[in-house]
Design a protein around this ligand. Structure first.
Ligand code: ATP
Length: 219
């Protein structure tokens, strides 16, 4: 994100890609304005939060008019650096890693997995979903050549920290960690942790212990 977005609270910043995706759809269907109530229904964020989020970037909706779709789209593009592709590397081409290689991230945002790494000789040298798979031994050299700044970790958890230590010595600035390992990184690297098993368990826990909330929301 660019300098202007520095003042936006982190919780708001995290919702921007969600808003951006929806606004993009509205724009391509030719819609020129959108109300916070419509946005709220589509992205499942309450409209007071949307109004507050939008006020941070100066998009002040008018009562009875809503927000201008083109303005929002150009704001999101600029803020999310959508004019510039972010090169991503994936490390660990197992079941989850393979699914990511086959998934077209470019559909919804400007991130592209440029390369993947593994230690399995059967996988090294192959190409999955247009993405070449290199040996982990070549990590530093390949990352540097392609100016990769973001890495996705889908290796077994016991391999995660040592790979992270190597990434810490590279130009990597962001790490999306899908392993259950809690990683230690220098201040120069930002880690977002997604543990799918924990998320699923947490959902089941909430369904069992707070069933009334789900019922209220569906009404
Ligand atoms: P997933 O957890 O994605 O479903 P999986 O169960 O198929 O994967 P894992 O054992 O979790 O397999 O390994 C994921 C991938 O990480 C495999 O392709 C494996 O070869 C690779 N891998 C294992 N150790 C390393 C390492 N040190 N560096 C890079 N890749 C590794």
């Amino acid at each position: 994100m660019n300098q202007d977005s520095m003042r936006i609270p982190q919780a708001t910043a995290k919702r921007l890609p969600l808003y951006y995706r929806f606004i993009q759809n509205l724009h391509s269907s030719g819609k020129q304005r959108v109300s916070s109530a419509e946005l709220s229904e589509a992205v499942k964020v309450d409209s007071a939060t949307i109004r507050r989020d939008f006020s941070y970037f100066g998009a002040l909706g008018k009562k009875g008019y809503g927000y201008n779709v083109s303005y929002l789209l150009s704001f999101f593009r600029k803020t999310l650096d959508q004019d510039e592709v972010t090169n991503v590397a994936l490390i660990g081409v197992g079941n989850l890693g393979t699914a990511f290689l086959n998934y077209n991230f470019m559909k919804n945002n400007n991130t592209k997995i440029q390369m993947a790494f593994d230690v399995d000789q059967d996988k090294v040298g192959t190409i999955i979903g247009d993405v070449p798979i290199y040996h982990l031994d070549d990590l530093e050299e390949k990352l540097k050549k392609a100016s990769v700044q973001v890495a996705i970790l889908t290796v077994p958890s016991q391999a995660a920290q040592s790979i992270t230590d190597r990434l810490a010595d590279s130009e990597i600035k962001g790490l999306l960690n899908f392993t259950p390992a809690r990683l230690t990184v220098p201040a120069s690297i930002r880690v977002h942790h997604i543990d799918l098993a924990v998320e699923l368990q947490s959902l089941v826990y909430f369904l069992k212990n707070y069933p009334e909330v789900a019922e209220e929301k569906s009404q």
